[in-house]
Design a protein around this ligand. Structure first.
Ligand SMILES: NC(=O)c1ccc[n+]([C@@H]2O[C@H](COP(=O)([O-])OP(=O)(O)OC[C@H]3O[C@@H](n4cnc5c(N)ncnc54)[C@H](OP(=O)(O)O)[C@@H]3O)[C@@H](O)[C@H]2O)c1
Length: 285
């Protein structure tokens, strides 16, 4: 068992824990003493992560769930409460993505799938967990969005819309929960080295990603744990997307220009968003 204990005996539910950011965050919470609950659709993948976690901390529960199904989510939350008796932290992280233009034939179908899983999945889990946190008089909800949940990128319209929806939901919830003992935060990471876009060819990536060095899952997981510890309402990772959001606030066309400039080697090198390697150079985990 690790001797770090920032989250000792806290019950932490992580959706999308079978892979990428969710997997790494679950491992970090377990290392810090938390009792973790691993949620995603694949039992096989979750069992593998649980095995890794047990080497650090024996308190880990696997609950295979499709978060787009309100019934499965309700059963998952009941299982967690019967097993641990409470839920202290919920990390709404599960999600999928799709790359394509708005004029593609299957755009509406794919956009709906992402709304169902990414946005309504977040809504389903949150609305089931809230009454438990309300009864406890305490709790922490961290929602996963993305940089494109603040400024959309071309060829990423459906995914960006789902990430914007999560951002709106989060901001309303945070204000509604003020004074309730329940804290609500959101994280907007930039492109991260995970399997999320493994099936997208380099030439089909949303244009700014073709000149962007991804951040690591360790960086995102650390920001999530620090965010919960210090109750940071909105985390933007790394620093540079703030400049993009600022330019977009001044003028939509200036924001669009900044997105285009991100594809320029000199600009992105000077800005530090390109540091010599790209998503497809990295090995996803
Ligand atoms: N990678 C990036 O560049 C990046 C940047 C910003 C934000 N994000 C966001 O970060 C989150 C995690 O993504 P990731 O990059 O770590 O990708 P990932 O490695 O592909 O992980 C996605 C996770 O979500 C789970 N999942 C997907 N649909 C689900 C559903 N309907 N019900 C339950 N679980 C579901 C997957 O597990 P199963 O297949 O087992 O269900 C998996 O555990 C996503 O919300 C993504 O939008 C990613």
């Amino acid at each position: 068992m690790s001797n770090k204990s920032r989250f000792k005996d806290k019950v932490v539910v992580i959706t999308g824990a079978s892979s990428g950011i969710g997997r790494e965050t679950a491992i970090e919470f377990a290392r810090e003493g938390a009792k973790t609950v691993l949620v995603s659709r694949s039992r096989e993948k979750l069992d593998k992560v649980a095995e890794e976690i047990r080497a650090l901390n024996p308190n880990v529960l696997v609950v295979p769930t499709d978060i787009s199904s309100p019934e499965q989510v309700s059963n998952m939350v009941s299982d967690v409460v019967s097993h641990y008796g409470s839920i202290d932290v919920l990390f709404n992280n599960a999600g999928s993505s799709y790359v394509g233009r708005v004029e593609d034939d299957n755009f509406a179908e794919n956009a709906k799938k992402m709304m169902d899983a990414d946005y309504f999945g977040t809504v389903n889990v949150t609305t089931e967990v809230l009454p438990i946190m309300k009864r406890q008089g305490s709790g922490y909800i961290m929602n996963m969005s993305s940089v494109v949940g603040k400024k959309a990128f071309p060829h990423f319209g459906g995914y960006s819309a789902a990430m914007h929806a999560i951002s709106g939901f989060n901001d309303a919830l945070r204000q509604e929960m003020r004074g309730s003992g329940i804290n609500v935060s959101i994280i907007h990471p930039a492109l991260t080295q995970t399997p999320l876009l493994d099936n997208v060819k380099p030439e089909d990536m949303p244009p700014p990603f073709r000149r962007l060095t991804p951040i690591s899952v360790e960086t995102v997981a650390k920001a999530v744990l620090d965010g919960v510890e210090h109750n940071r309402a909105r985390i933007i990772l790394p620093f540079q997307p703030r400049l993009l959001f600022l330019s977009d606030l001044i003028s939509a066309r200036l924001g669009d220009l900044t997105v285009r400039l991100l594809q320029n080697k000199v600009f992105s090198t000077l800005l530090g968003t390109y540091r010599g390697s790209l998503y497809h150079h990295g090995v996803s985990q």
